[in-house]
Design a protein. Structure first.
Length: 409
């Protein structure tokens, strides 16, 4: 295993033969990082050398066909339809993106964020804070039903302009024009899935429209698609301060009139060139000192805050967790709840061990998000007043409440 990992580390750049076994092995290791514990990944891993060789043959003789997707609905942060590709198809996605990414990284504008190396939400907020001035106004617009509105024909035409490799063009076309609604299985709450409005679902769109949310290629292709808008804003409108995180576009300028003019120009551009529409209810124009709701934070000229909705959601999660544990206790027990928990905390709730592990990871992830904002008082108050039973098990790792450790003492 050590030898295989060492080989994976050495494969830092794809070979010229894009469909070679070495490139597929490299893509497999990348794909496995976050999906190793899934059923499909485990089945693939049992005989992964043979599977990769078979995949290599299919790609080289162009007999490869994408497999079945798994479709399900999520409600966090909002109700949406998600499509999960089969594990072997995910390997192909990683392979393709590893080839296309270096080409488009040179073409993307600097302040285009999301799904790019060193270009995440925290970097976007850091650069935004440097650009904010209390005298400036900001315009924030959003694309309506972005992923399901992407026109595959326009997307492929954009990619064709910059690619000459026939093998890559063949594979790109195969993935772009795949229609997951023709070969899929449903997972999870079917009623929830059916409650998604038709205009926000691939089931309600023609086959040439919409990319499946959940695929690595879809995220990358979305950036390629909206790079056309970035170039228009930068070179035609000549906006000095613009930021984009996926389909959320933000412009800064001293003049409200100028921002309104740009909004109309952007609306016309996306409708004519990209067949998209701005969301009529998700447009904000106001002064920067009121705070900009962008990438999960409220950014002001002198500090950064956490959104109220994020805090409310965490409080609800903590309350529900504590109630679940307390409701499991016998009300006639002579020990009070906290005494009983403290008395034998590692054996009282074995049936809730998975819940404890889940919320432990979730809290550290959330507090990792919090540490990029000016909210020490919030982090401390949440721990002292809302952790409840969890205070017995978890302790702050430092005086800043940056994250938590399991208390073995």
């Amino acid at each position: 295993m050590k030898q295989k990992l060492f080989q994976a580390q050495k494969l830092t750049q794809p070979e010229r033969d894009i469909f070679s076994f070495k490139n597929l092995l490299r893509a497999y290791y990348q794909c496995r990082k976050s999906k190793r514990h899934t059923t499909n990944a485990a089945k693939f891993e049992l005989n992964f050398e043979v599977e990769l060789l078979r995949l290599e043959r299919e790609l080289k003789n162009k007999s490869y066909e994408p497999g079945k997707h798994t479709c399900f609905a999520i409600i966090d942060p909002k109700l949406r339809e998600v499509w999960a590709a089969d594990f072997r198809d995910r390997i192909v996605h990683h392979l393709l993106v590893s080839y296309l990414e270096p080409i488009w990284e040179k073409k993307f504008v600097f302040h285009s964020y999301a799904c790019r190396k060193e270009k995440g939400a925290h970097k976007a907020i850091a650069y935004l804070k440097k650009s904010i001035d209390p005298k400036l106004f900001y315009l924030q617009v959003d694309i309506r039903s972005f992923f399901v509105s992407i026109d595959k024909r326009i997307l492929f035409a954009i990619i064709q302009k910059h690619l000459r490799n026939p093998d890559i063009l063949w594979l790109t076309e195969k993935i772009v024009f795949q229609n997951p609604t023709l070969n899929y299985c449903v997972k999870g709450d079917i009623k929830l899935l059916r409650s998604i409005p038709r205009h926000k679902s691939l089931f309600g769109n023609p086959s040439h429209q919409g990319l499946p949310i959940g695929n690595l290629t879809s995220q990358f292709f979305a950036n390629v698609y909206l790079n056309e808008l970035d170039q228009f804003v930068k070179h035609t409108l000549k906006c000095p301060h613009s930021f984009r995180y996926m389909d959320d576009l933000l412009l800064l300028h001293p003049s409200k009139t100028q921002l309104l003019f740009w909004r109309d120009e952007i609306s016309q551009f996306v409708e004519k060139k990209l067949l998209l529409k701005l969301h009529p209810k998700k447009q904000v124009l106001q002064q920067c000192d009121k705070g900009i709701n962008f990438c999960g934070y409220i950014t002001k000229p002198d500090h950064i805050l956490i959104r109220r909705g994020t805090v409310k959601k965490l409080k609800n999660t903590l309350w529900q967790f504590n109630q679940k544990i307390l409701n499991s206790l016998d009300p006639n027990d002579h020990l009070c709840a906290c005494d009983k928990i403290f008395y034998d905390r590692f054996s009282v709730f074995p049936e809730f061990l998975e819940d404890f592990q889940h919320i432990f990871s979730s809290l550290n992830s959330t507090y990792g998000f919090f540490k990029h904002a000016n909210c020490f008082g919030l982090r401390k108050t949440l721990y002292e007043k809302h952790f409840g039973i969890l205070k017995i098990y978890l302790r702050p790792a430092d005086k800043n409440y940056a994250y938590f450790m399991w208390d073995e003492n």
